[in-house]
Structures are given as C-alpha cells and as structure tokens.
Write a new protein. Sequence first.
Length: 368
Amino acid sequence: MLPLSQQISSFFIFLSIILCLPYCFPARKVRDPEGKVKNIEIDSANLQRHSFSRLTHAGQGSRISGMSELKRYFHRFGYLPPQSGSNFTDEFDAELESAVATYQMRLGLQITRQLDPDTVLSLMSPRCGMKDKFPSSVHKKLFHVTRHYTFFQGMPRWERPQPVRLTYGFSPYHVIDKLSLDDVRAAFDRAFERWAQVIPVEFEESLDYETADVRIAFYLGDHGDGEPFDGVLGILGHSFSPEDGRLHLDGAEMWAVDFGTEPAPKAVDLESVATHEIGHILGLGHSSVKEAVMYPVLKPRTTKHDLALDDVEGVQTLYGSNPNYKLNSLSRQSETASNTAVSQWAMVPTELSVTISALVFALLGSSW
Ligand SMILES: [Zn+2]
Ligand SMILES: [Zn+2]
C-alpha cells in the first residue's frame, strides 16, 4: 500500500493524463460527403498559432521572436499586402504599425499603434476571418462615415419583389453527427426569424437543397471554393454575398446548441454563428460595434443571438423596415455602444465574383 501522499500524487498524474488526452491526440468524428463517419486529426499547430501574449507592449522598433507570426496573421486577414506574405521578419516595422492601427480602428479598440494588452487580447480571441481590407478610394470616400455596420462592395442585396421571400435548405450529405438535424434546424430557424423580425424578408425552409436560395452545409477541409476549413477553432464557417446563397460551416467544430449539456471548453454556439452568417448572406459585412452580431470576434462558449441596433440599422438600409418592427425592442445598451464606438470603415471589398466571409476562431494556448 502506497503512502497517502503518493496515492494523491498518483491520482493527480492519472487525472492530468486523462484530461490531456483529447488535446494530445485530438480527433473528431465527422461524416464525409458520402455520409460515412470518419475520424479526422486536428491540426495541433492550428490550436496554438495565435498565442501572441509574448508580444504585449511591443511597438515600432521592437524585434521579438514570433512577430513574424503576427504579420502572417495580419496578412491572412488583409491588413498586410500580399507581396509581404512569404518573407516576414520579427521586426515591428512601420508597415506593421500601420496594420496594428487599422486593426484597432476596425475592432473598435483604442488606437495606440502598439500591441497594448487590449489589442493582444483581441488578436488572441476567436474572430471572423473575412479579409477586411478595402480599396483606399472607398476608404477615403467614406472617411467621415460614423456608422459601424458595413456592406459588401456595391451593396449587393437580394433583388426580389417586396416582401422578399427566400428559401433555405440543408445539405442532405454534408452534415454533422455532433448535433441532430432537428437541433440544427431549430437553431437556424431562430436565427432566420431574428432577421425576419426587423426587415420585410421572409424565410422558409425548403426540402430541396439544390434549388433553395440559401444552401447550408457542413464541410471539412478543402471543399472546392478556395476557402478550406481547418479543424477545431480554426475557420468556423463562411458565407457568400447576395445572391449567391452558400452558407458553409466547418464540420470539425464542436457545435453546440446548449452549453448546459455541452461541457467542451471549445464548444461553439451554432445559433450565434448562424445568425452572423445569415447577416453576410443578406449583404452585411462586419461591424466594429462589439455588441453587434456582425462584430468579427466571438469567444467560445458564449452566445450572441440578439441583433444590436447597429445590425438592425445596417440590414434595414438594404431592405427597409419590417412594418411590425418596434425600435424599442432593442436594448438601449446596444444603441449606446453604437454611438460611442470608433469606426471609419463602411465597405468591404469583393474578391472575384463574390466575397467570402469566414469565421475564424483562433485557439490561444490554455487561456480557455
Ligand atoms: Zn463574418
Ligand atoms: Zn465553403
């Protein structure tokens, strides 16, 4: 019989091994396009790639190991030009300072031009991966715009007779096992309804996925549209601007509809992401208002279901108001936030024929 102290330490070692197993050997069961369940390995590098805490307080002139990774991050999201993509250094140069300032502006942060703690925290938080870069001509033209919601370039919307009626369907093949189809349908039903309450647009589920206006599917990895998914807490999903209608979610995520029954620390709320992606489907870009559904950052195990005033004003600019919509149904808090946040961007670019938005959730070490 071991002494009590050794028994206790052995127990904790055993417990640590058990708790670490899912992270040492991450794998998820998902269903492939043919409908067969298979295991996929999770890219462990992806889980740690955005740990920028060592860069805190860095400013122009600093040279810190890992700065090149931050540059790659900014390049990925459109803050640094493509020609810099292959040869980033660890020096905090003028170009990076400009990227930091732009990032701070678009995320509604204090513009310090340095990697202050708030900025690093934001960089290390889950966020939408849509490239935010827009043409400088658009930037100048809208320099004094004070609204915070954005549109795709050209402000595309669904051009249909009023009231606009859109159908949506779920791919019968590109599905997940993590949640039942009923749970997925219910989450999307609530998400669509939230937008329908504020604009004269009706959504109806169609059983014919191929002909539906909005086509919802869960994919793994490279799925042929140039925006591959990358496993747990990488890219969560993306959708296309009007009137494309494709809404894709990463099938590798730990999708949840109830955190009360889902203990996973990396669980992601399906309804929050669905509401965000439907915003893109309708024609909205990202907002710098933190309370907005269209804000690009969303932490795991959090929900953001309710539209903020900023979301409503943005989508009503495209479609007008639902006659039954009452402004005071929104919280005053969101109105206050909308009025105080700093933003000078109002358009996002279209790349190729459509603009893709991607929710990118970056896992940051053991912070959660
Ligand atoms: Zn987005
Ligand atoms: Zn896709």
